[in-house]
Design a protein around this ligand. Sequence first.
Ligand code: NDP
Length: 311
Amino acid sequence: MERVKCLIIGSGPAGYTAAIYAARANLVPVVIEGVQPGGQLTQTTVIENFPGFPNGISGPELMENMRLQAQNVGADIRSGVAVAVDFDAQPYVVTLDDGTDISADTIIVATGAAAKYLGLSDETKYAGMGVSACATCDGFFYRKKVVAVVGGGDTACEEANYLASLASKVYLIVRKPFLRASKAMQERTLNNPKIEVLFEHNTLGLYGENRLEGIHLVKRMGEPDETRYDLPVNGFFLAIGHNPNSEIFKKYLATDETGYFIPRDESGVRTLLPGVFVAGDVADPHYRQAITAAASGCKAALEAERYLSSK
Ligand code: NDP
């Protein structure tokens, strides 16, 4: 079985930053890219809040730069998905989706998070036929069409604005009477003439013959003036947050009730298992920014280096 000094699972800002630091510390890191190489930022448009890019940078370009930077300093980046782990004894063993096992002296888990769905059976029924959790991936198919986006956070507003550049009309379905997004994003959304915000609305179901044709909505659910009606739309985009990708590690690493890792201490990256570190969104229910993920990837790699040199 192949044995490596440092195995990094995940290839978002946390994974690639960990790889850059680990490679420069001669840990010869191997990065397992995961289901979505480059992570969630590959599905965003312009990033204006990552320092160093005065005019912003596209998410895919930023991630490609990080990948190249990690490779240039010596990281070994491999496609593949970690499907099982054995952390019972050292060296730890990670099994990939092609059946390969890799053993490692240190592991950095930077597996990120995945989009949440409402849990309606219709979401599965119309998956790929009108339902999507990624506007930048699928928006192209809705040029001059009518779409709805669910959610009131930054992601929902960003997706609504992106879709408004393609679609003829965008409904933003928000369950509260206000948006949770940052002030700047709220303003951009409320001032976009193509976006209509439907406050205090919930989605009950979806309908359509062969593909999505509309949604069953309820306004002010449970109130005396509750109103139910159908809204014809061609596309239905989920933007209601994310679930951390921590499932295969739960036997060994502590998580909170929603699945985010609970680090051992204020480092934010050390766990109760010696040599196992966590970084990025999978361990961060609070900030979930590219820059905070990158920072924790850096911390995890520095901790891995310290751990190895102390042995
Ligand atoms: P958030 O958790 O911030 O927002 C989720 C939204 O979805 C909320 O409006 C929430 O409603 C709504 N929601 C959740 N569950 C349901 C449900 N079952 N039915 C209907 N609505 C639901 O997630 P985001 O993905 O928007 O953002 C995550 C983090 O990433 C945030 O910190 C955000 O600031 C950041 N971010 C920053 C960006 C940027 O700076 N460019 C871009 C995108 C994200 P409610 O308010 O009622 O809970």
